[in-house]
Design a protein around this ligand. Structure first.
Ligand SMILES: Cc1ncc(COP(=O)(O)O)c(C=O)c1O
Length: 418
C-alpha cells in the first residue's frame, strides 16, 4: 500500500473502531504508523526514524528487540508458547526463583500476570486478604492503572469520577509529605501503596526518608507496604528497583513494563511468604490468571533480568541519567520562563513547563526533529524522558539538542501570540 494511503487507512480505522478522540490527539502530535523498531529507534510508515525517548512509558529499558531477549522468546515460541496450565512451568519456576533472589528484603513469592494494573490489583487484593482490613492509603497524583481496583487507588479524580463508587476505603494523601502519610496510617489500614518515584504524576522524586517513614508507619500499625515499581523497576532509576535507592523493602511489589524485556507483556506481584500464607494458605486458587506465567513471557522476563545484571544497565542508567539531567539543567537556564523545573533519577527524567498546553507543542516539534516523547498522564505540564537504558551518549546529546530546538520554536510561536 502506498504510504499516505496506509496512514489514512489506519487513521480511519482508529477513528471508526478504536478511539476517535485519541486518534485526533495522536494525529496532532505528528505520530505516524509505527512499522518497525530496533535498538533506540522506531521507524514510521514514511521511513522516518525516531529516537525513542518515551520508551513505551518505561517498557523499553532494553531498547527495541534486544537480540538476547528476542532469541530467548523465539526459542520458546518453537517449543511451547502458552501454558497448558495443569502442568508445572520451568520458565515460571526459574523466573520466580530469580525474582526472590534479586528483589529486596523478604520478597519471595511471585504471582504472574500480564500488565501493570493486574500486578497492582493482585497486590491490593492480597494486602486486603492478608490483613483482613479494608483501608488503603494512596497518594495524590499517583498512577496505578485503570482496572477498577487499581483505579480506586489512582490519585487522579479525572480518571475515577465517572466510574464511582469504586473500591471503598482508599484515602489519598499528598505525595512526599511524611507527616500526612504517617497520620493517615492506623490500625485499620490494610496497606500503603506508593511509587518510589511518581511516574505519571510528573516524575516526582520524594524527599529522602519518605519511603522509610512509610515502612515505619506500616510496621507500627501492622499494615502492609506496597511499592508499585511498574515504572521505576528494572534499572530505570539507576538502581535495580527504585526502592533500592532508599534501602527500604516493601511487603509486596508490583512489576510490569520493562520486566517483559520490551518483547512480551508481563506483570508480576512479588510478596513475602507471610502474605502468601495468609492468603493462599486455605485456598491455593485464591488468585489466578489463565495467561499469567506463560512460558513465552517468562522466557522474556528471565532473559531481561540476566541482561539487566550482565550489561550493568542500572549503573548505566545512573551515570547517563546524571549527564542527561545536567544537560537539561543547562537548557533550563536558557529558558527560565518556559521551563519551571527539571528533575529525575537515573533515566527517568521530567521537564516541567511553567504553563499549560506548551507540552503538546513541544511534543510536536520534537517529533518533527525525530525524537519521540510524551507528557505524563496525570500532569500534562511535564514532558518525560525515559529512553532505553542502552541509549548512547551521542543519542542523549541528540535528544537534548532537539529539546532545545523545540523550546526555541515554542518560544517564537508564543511570541507571535502576544
Ligand atoms: C506505576 C504504574 N503502575 C501501574 C501502571 C499500569 O500499568 P499498565 O498500563 O500495564 O496496566 C503504570 C502505567 O503507566 C504505572 O506507571
Amino acid at each position: 500500500m502506498e504510504r499516505d494511503a496506509l496512514y489514512q487507512d489506519v487513521y480511519e480505522k482508529y477513528m471508526n473502531f478504536i478511539n476517535p478522540n485519541l486518534a485526533k490527539l495522536m494525529g496532532f502530535g505528528g505520530f505516524g504508523v509505527e512499522m518497525r523498531a530496533e535498538g533506540c529507534y522506531i521507524y514510521d510508515h514514511e521511513g522516518r526514524q525516531f529516537l525513542d525517548c518515551l520508551g513505551g512509558y518505561g517498557t523499553f529499558s532494553f531498547g527495541h528487540r534486544h537480540p538476547r531477549i528476542i532469541d530467548a522468546v523465539k526459542r520458546q515460541l518453537d517449543i511451547m508458547p502458552l501454558s497448558g496450565k495443569a502442568f508445572f512451568g520451568q520458565n515460571a519456576a526459574n523466573l520466580a526463583a530469580k525474582l526472590a533472589e534479586l528483589t529486596p528484603g523478604d520478597l519471595k513469592v511471585s504471582f504472574f500476570c500480564n500488565s501493570g494494573t493486574e500486578a497492582v490489583e493482585a497486590c491490593l487484593k492480597l494486602a486486603k486478604g492478608a490483613t483482613g482490613r479494608v483501608k488503603i492509603v494512596s497518594t495524590e497524583g499517583s498512577y496505578h492503572g485503570k482496572t477498577l481496583g487499581a483505579l480506586a487507588a489512582t490519585g487522579r479524580a479525572k480518571y475515577r469520577k465517572k466510574f464511582e463508587p469504586l473500591m471503598p476505603g482508599v484515602e489519598f494523601v499528598p505525595y512526599g509529605d511524611v507527616e500526612a502519610l504517617v497520620n493517615a496510617v492506623d490500625d485499620q489500614t490494610a496497606c500503603v501503596i506508593l511509587e518510589p518515584i511518581q511516574g505519571e504524576g510528573g516524575i516526582i522524586v520524594p524527599p529522602d526518608g519518605y519511603l522509610r517513614a512509610a515502612r515505619e508507619a506500616c510496621d507500627k500499625h501492622g499494615a502492609l507496604l506496597i511499592f508499585d515499581e511498574v515504572q521505576t523497576g528494572m534499572g530505570r532509576t539507576g538502581y535495580r528497583f527504585g526502592c533500592n535507592h532508599d534501602g527500604v523493602a516493601p511487603d509486596l511489589m508490583s512489576l510490569a513494563k520493562a520486566i517483559g524485556g520490551g518483547v512480551m507483556p508481563l506483570g508480576v506481584a512479588v510478596y513475602t511468604e507471610d502474605v502468601y500464607n495468609k492468603v493462599f494458605g486455605e485456598n491455593p486458587l485464591a488468585h489466578t490468571s489463565t495467561f499469567g506465567g506463560n512460558p513465552l513471557a517468562c522466557a522474556a522476563g528471565l532473559e531481561a533480568l540476566a541482561v539487566l545484571e550482565e550489561e550493568g544497565l542500572a549503573e548505566r542508567s545512573r551515570i547517563l541519567g546524571e549527564r542527561m539531567l545536567a544537560g537539561f539543567r543547562k537548557i533550563q537556564a536558557k529558558f527560565p520562563e518556559l521551563l519551571a523545573d527539571v528533575r529525575g533519577r537515573g533515566l527517568m527524567i521530567g521537564a516541567e513547563f511553567s504553563m499549560d498546553e506548551v507540552g503538546e507543542v513541544v511534543v510536536a516539534t520534537l517529533m518533527k526533529h525525530g525524537v519521540c516523547v510524551a507528557y505524563t498522564l496525570n500532569n500534562p505540564r511535564v514532558l518525560r524522558f525515559e529512553p532505553p537504558l542502552t541509549v548512547s551518549e551521542e543519542q542523549i546529546e541528540k535528544a537534548l539538542a532537539a529539546f532545545e530546538d523545540g523550546l526555541l520554536e515554542t518560544q517564537s510561536l508564543l511570541a507571535l501570540l502576544v
